[in-house]
Design a protein around this ligand. Structure first.
Ligand code: CA
Ligand code: CA
Ligand code: CA
Length: 479
């Protein structure tokens, strides 16, 4: 049935009725009454055939980087960045021991050529893990910042005694610096709250560029600088499943002093680790964001019961438990062209395809059901038509409009395979072509290829110089 719906979307014709358009937030937007041609027409009228997705490139992960698994040979989790500094995107595939501790990294370029590899073996990371690609010391050369399992040190999976923090040369994989900070070695945990160990690149010291990172390890947030020196730690008092802070915090300069804060859903930490507020806002605080909301002011978004909170802890907006019983994923963007942005899209009933889009006064603009995808996570806002046009929603290899209309299925993606916990199409939006819109880097960690999708009209355009931003080096991937 889903395939039939996609065929209908692919046959859409462009809207050319000028009477049905008006300018919203500085862009022309199309509002035809017909269900199938209400898609936004940024910058005037476009032929839908030009803006539907095409497969730009399928990049086979180098065979030397694959390992056999129950669903066939696979690579593992993927990161995107310009490792070589030539303005072209490169990729890093990695696997782990104990589910979370990286032990193998393999770098390859957009042509699928091997750049370097480090370590060996490993298995599928339980969740996207502690590996980031970024110029962490600001010298213009890209590094890989990662944890690394030390096989010489015995340690159970829920402890960190065997974990080194490493900074690797992006071009060669050579270790530039490594350390075993005692604050990290002392962390321990278990279950869902433990396995989401994500390195979030941040500017905590006002360096003018992000040269620090934070990582949440169970109940502890650890802040580290470019020299792998711990800046501070924060320990939250909440540990119970469904009643604990977000598994993956987020960073952003919410008070506009040039230094990033950390939003954990039940706390907002100043750049020096001091809590600006701590409050158990609502159950199932699975997803957080720091983004512009009312009159361009930055707010903390906390998915549990649908909260928007300011830097001092004042609740700007609460959708409530009835509307958002289990706020699994939350993304903030201008989704709905019929009203000024931004809005929040919330996967509001846990691991299900049910999504609502709410506006700035808390009004529910639309509710819809996304395509089923294993695990029902991995929803992402995509600026497919450019940063100033209404965003689309990616979910499981399908693009949706912010009003819940099917936009297109990404062509040429294989069916999901592997353990359903990780075996689905992950998405990193990134500008790779010359057009204004974001392209889509898509991968299944249980498969052996990376896919890049672009708009049909951009497929033959010259590639733009690729420069990773926070949507790439801090890619959300899932909540
Ligand atoms: Ca490159
Ligand atoms: Ca560097
Ligand atoms: Ca700040």
């Amino acid at each position: 049935m889903f395939r039939r719906a996609v065929a209908k979307a692919a046959s859409l014709t462009p809207c050319r009725r000028s009477a049905s358009t008006r300018k919203v937030s500085g862009i022309w937007t199309c509002f035809c009454s017909g269900l199938t041609d209400r898609f936004s027409c940024p910058g005037g009228f476009v032929d839908m055939n030009d803006v539907l997705p095409v497969l730009y490139r399928k990049i086979a992960i180098p065979a030397a980087f694959l390992i056999d698994g129950p669903a066939g040979a696979y690579g593992g989790d993927i990161r995107l960045g310009d490792l070589t500094g030539d303005g072209r995107p490169d990729f890093l595939v990695y696997r782990t021991r104990h589910g979370t501790k990286p032990c193998f990294l393999g770098a390859f370029d957009i042509d699928g050529q091997v750049l370097w590899q480090s370590g060996a073996g490993g298995r599928q990371p339980v969740r996207p893990g502690p590996v980031a690609i970024h110029d962490i010391d600001g010298d213009g050369e890209t590094e890989v910042v990662c944890f690394r399992q030390d096989p010489g040190v015995p340690s159970p999976s829920g402890e960190m005694r065997d974990v080194l923090v490493q900074v690797l040369d992006g071009r060669t994989g050579a270790v530039r610096n490594e350390a075993r900070p005692p604050e990290i070695a002392a962390c321990r945990g278990e279950g869902s709250d433990w396995v989401h160990q994500r390195i979030l690149v941040a500017d905590l010291r006002g360096s003018g560029a992000p040269r620090d990172f934070v990582v949440k390890l169970g109940d502890t947030v650890v802040a580290v600088n470019e020299r792998i020196e711990v800046l501070w730690t924060y320990r939250s008092p909440w540990r119970e499943y469904g009643r604990c802070p977000a598994y993956i915090p987020c960073v952003g300069d919410i008070d506009a002093d040039g230094k990033d804060e950390v939003n954990g859903g039940y706390f907002l930490l100043d750049h020096d680790g001091t809590p600006l507020w701590e409050r158990r806002l609502g159950d199932h605080m699975d997803s957080v964001a720091i983004a512009e909301w009312d009159d361009g002011r930055l707010r903390a978004f906390c998915s549990g019961f649908g909260h928007v909170v300011d830097h001092a802890g004042h609740v700007i907006l609460k959708l409530g438990e009835e509307l958002v019983p289990h706020g699994q994923e939350l993304r903030v963007a201008h989704f709905d062209p019929s009203v000024p942005g931004p809005q929040m899209a919330i996967r509001y009933r846990g691991h299900t395809p049910h999504v609502l889009v709410a506006g700035r006064s808390g009004e529910v603009l639309s509710r819809f059901t996304l395509n089923e995808s294993p695990n029902n996570t991995g929803m992402e806002a995509v600026y497919w038509h450019g940063p100033d046009a209404p965003a689309l929603l990616f979910n499981g290899g399908v693009l949706w409009t912010g009003r819940g209309e099917l936009y297109a299925e990404l062509p040429g993606l294989p069916e999901p395979k592997g353990n359903p916990r990780q075996g689905w199409h992950h998405c990193i939006p990134a500008r790779i072509h010359g057009g204004p819109g974001e392209d889509l880097v898509v991968y299944n960690p249980w498969d052996a290829a990376v896919y890049i999708f672009t708009r049909a009209s951009d497929a033959n355009a010259a590639a733009d110089t690729f420069k990773a931003g926070p949507r790439q080096y801090n890619a959300r991937l899932m909540d």
